[in-house]
Design a protein around this ligand. Structure first.
Ligand code: GDP
Length: 195
């Protein structure tokens, strides 16, 4: 799947802009700065496919990419900006809810968690929303190169505990480092088996 071309299709700000649900897809969610753009770039082997940007509120769109012309990879806007205006946050939440509850072709949501921080309150909100929407989700720990083995084990335990209250959670946690290329083949493989 990832041997083929990955192309940016479109950025969507409202439900009526969504491409037709005519092929299987996976989506990626995570707090801003979690390393989502870096991970998507590493997965697809394209350095600047997903913009790496730390500017709050700049990427409030749901970005659709085509995988090998036969599937979609969906990049959800980063959440958790303390300084984002309430109106923007609400608009984003409405769009996200509409997407998650209505997308028949969505096979799994990958929720990125910064391995240095573990599951925070804002992450919990997304996990609850996914759970309510009955979307199976799987946690991907990012930036694992920044942690020592013992620290990583601690955060894995914290995340596992947090996942126990969500029936929609897939129990296996994927450990990644986009910087070092760790876990990228594993994640590609998982996505390959889903779509
Ligand atoms: P996004 O806002 O979630 O799209 O996050 P970015 O991909 O823009 O990454 C945010 C910051 O984390 C950038 O400074 C990246 O260089 C850094 N980063 C991303 N992935 C990794 C990683 O695997 N290891 C390390 N050490 N830093 C990373």
């Amino acid at each position: 799947l990832f041997a083929g071309e990955t192309d940016f299709l479109k950025g969507v700000v409202a439900m009526d802009g969504m491409p037709p649900a005519d092929r299987l897809e996976v989506c990626f969610a995570g707090r801003s700065n979690v390393g989502k753009s870096s991970l998507i770039n590493a997965l697809t082997g394209r350095k600047a496919l997903a913009r790496t940007s730390n500017t709050p509120g700049r990427t409030q769109e749901i970005n659709f990419f085509t995988l090998a012309e036969s599937h979609y990879l969906v990049d959800l806007p980063g959440y958790g900006f303390a300084e984002a205006p309430v109106a923007i946050v609400q608009k984003w939440q409405r769009l996200l809810k509409a997407y998650l509850s209505g997308r028949q072709t969505l096979r799994r949501a990958f929720v990125l968690i910064d391995s240095r921080h573990g599951v925070k309150a804002v992450d919990e909100e997304i996990l609850s929303l996914l759970n309510k929407s009955a979307v199976t989700f799987q946690v991907v720990l990012t930036k694992t190169d920044k942690l020592k083995k013992g620290e990583l084990e601690k955060v894995i335990a914290q995340v596992s505990t947090a996942l126990q209250k969500h029936p929609a959670a897939f129990p296996e946690i994927v450990l990644t480092s986009s910087e070092k290329g760790l876990g990228i083949p594993t994640l590609r493989h998982i996505i390959g088996t889903l779509v």
